[in-house]
Design a protein around this ligand. Structure first.
Ligand SMILES: [Fe+2]
Ligand SMILES: [Fe+2]
Length: 188
């Protein structure tokens, strides 16, 4: 081809664009993984972040309980904050923490129960979203979710996370930190 863009150049450009798209999607999780490594090398507990999420989720649920049906914008904002934090948190626990509890700590029944409890929480989240859309009171479901999260979080913080900390050596704790950050970064 004398001038213009040859087929080969087009293919090269297309693969470049594809690579750019792929890397733009992969970049946040990769950066998060690197950041997770740095944090754990500096002595940060990878499970501390998940404990902070528990505090945030419980605080949002408390605020949700105090809203009236007319406060549509505030209710929507609180619900989105809850849903986003819950999604990130559940992904990190379900894809990284619970499999380690299952395989490394050998807490087989316990890890299965924690997965099941997340399932129940997701059903309540769905019901809360329905109430929001239909402008109905969500107080009953919010209260149920709050007491479920309180119980579940207390068990993770007081029983399961300490077992995991004890079971993992420093190298695996570093990996856990990276993996938790990567899972969180997958939820925008
Ligand atoms: Fe959990
Ligand atoms: Fe949790």
């Amino acid at each position: 081809m004398a001038n213009g863009i040859s087929g080969r150049n087009l293919a090269v450009m297309a693969s470049g664009v594809a690579l750019g798209v792929a890397s733009s999607r992969l970049l946040p999780p990769l950066l998060a993984q690197t950041f997770g490594d740095v944090r754990s090398r500096m002595g940060k507990d990878p499970l501390e972040r998940l404990t902070q999420d528990h505090r945030h989720i419980l605080s949002v649920l408390q605020q949700m309980e105090g809203t009236s049906v007319d406060e549509l914008a505030r209710r929507a904002r609180l619900f989105l904050s809850l849903k986003r934090t819950f999604a990130k948190h559940a992904m990190a626990e379900e894809d990284v923490v619970y499999p380690l509890l299952h395989d490394e700590v050998r807490d087989v029944e316990q890890s299965k129960r924690l997965y099941a409890e997340h399932g129940e929480m997701k059903i309540l989240l769905f019901e809360i979203e329905q109430a929001l859309m239909e402008r109905r009171s969500w107080n009953e479901q919010v209260r149920s979710l709050r007491s479920m999260v309180e119980r579940h979080a207390r068990e993770e913080e007081d029983v399961e996370f300490p077992k995991l900390r004890q079971a993992l050596d420093m190298r695996r704790t570093r990996r856990l930190s990276s993996q938790v950050r990567r899972e969180e970064a997958l939820v925008l």
